[in-house]
Design a protein around this ligand. Structure first.
Ligand SMILES: C[S@@+](CC[C@H](N)C(=O)[O-])C[C@H]1O[C@@H](n2cnc3c(N)ncnc32)[C@H](O)[C@@H]1O
Length: 274
């Protein structure tokens, strides 16, 4: 398997890779290449052998003579098309999480919950081959999906990824890390354990869709002297239609995904002297 190959890799497409097929109406299909296999869609059947050995960007034809272009999928393609157990963090937010919390190669990053493993892949890329990601997931069915998606996208990453099928609130005991990313319903329940696990100066980032969640989280940070510099941001990504003279924002967009609330771990408070 060569799942670690990225879009734009110099090698031609190989048996065992996952590719993205795009039809003339820009509909997208993820296909696992298998010698002798066929991909069937409304435009007919496409032989995998007609894709294997080709370059990315090549045009392939179905038995009904419809055309599709073939590429290696980007993170955005995977996020939208891969099977999911839970709602995923989209690339615009994945990028902001990594960027705003300054996740770098070599770091140890804790994530909860793993869900469908979409954010996990972004975190694994950010920490690189010398870093480590520890993911918590309470639901076995979601953990199974995360495990499958990460293996499909990144191959064997057991040397740097640990998936713990446990509650992060109790599971953080004994872990020391540089960053914690929370995508779960009640992140404020994790605030105390997260402060204990993070090194001073480390950052936590919670991804929450609603305003009451943001308020509860800020309350939890305010109640614990080990947190400071808390802020909440939101990113809106507006696609544009560019066709001839019709250059304008698209009529529809995913206007809201979630708020990102980020706080820094402060040193332990010094007790008042008597
Ligand atoms: C929205 S999903 C996460 C999606 C994931 N970030 C992705 O991009 O694919 C939230 C997940 O958190 C898990 N979860 C909720 N509370 C948890 C906890 N206390 N500890 C660990 N996992 C938890 C849920 O089972 C669910 O799978």
């Amino acid at each position: 398997m060569t799942q670690r190959r990225f879009a734009g890799h110099e090698a031609t497409l190989e048996d065992g890779e996952t590719v993205l097929l795009i039809d003339r109406k820009r509909r997208r299909y993820l296909v696992d290449l298998e010698a002798g296999g066929e991909f069937h869609y409304h435009g007919g059947a496409v032989a995998h052998d007609d894709i294997i050995g080709r370059s990315e960007g090549a045009l392939v034809r179905s038995a009904k003579n419809t055309q599709l272009r073939v590429f290696r999928p980007t993170a955005a393609d995977w996020t939208v098309k891969a099977p999911r157990g839970a709602q995923v963090v989209y690339p615009k937010d994945q990028a902001l999480i990594v960027g705003l919390t300054d996740i770098r190669p070599g770091m140890t990053v804790v994530e909860a919950g793993a869900g469908s493993g979409a954010l996990t892949c972004a975190l694994l890329d950010a920490v690189g081959s010398h870093g480590r990601v520890i993911s918590f997931e309470v639901r076995d069915d979601h953990a199974d999906v995360a495990e499958r998606n990460v293996a499909r996208r990144r191959g064997d990453v057991t040397d740097r990824w640990t998936l713990l099928r446990a509650d992060v609130t109790s599971g953080l005991a004994g872990i020391a890390c540089h960053r914690i990313v929370l995508d779960l319903l009640e992140p404020w329940e994790v605030a105390k354990a997260a402060a204990t696990a993070l090194y001073p100066g480390g950052l936590v980032c919670a991804y929450t869709p609603t305003v009451p969640q943001v308020m509860r989280l800020h309350d939890a940070f305010a109640e614990d002297e080990r947190w400071g510099d808390a802020e909440t941001v939101e990113a809106l990504l507006r696609p544009w239609n560019v066709a001839g003279l019709s250059v304008r924002p698209t009529h529809r967009m995913v206007a809201h995904t979630a708020f990102l609330t980020i706080a820094r771990r402060l040193p332990e408070p010094v007790p008042d002297s008597v």
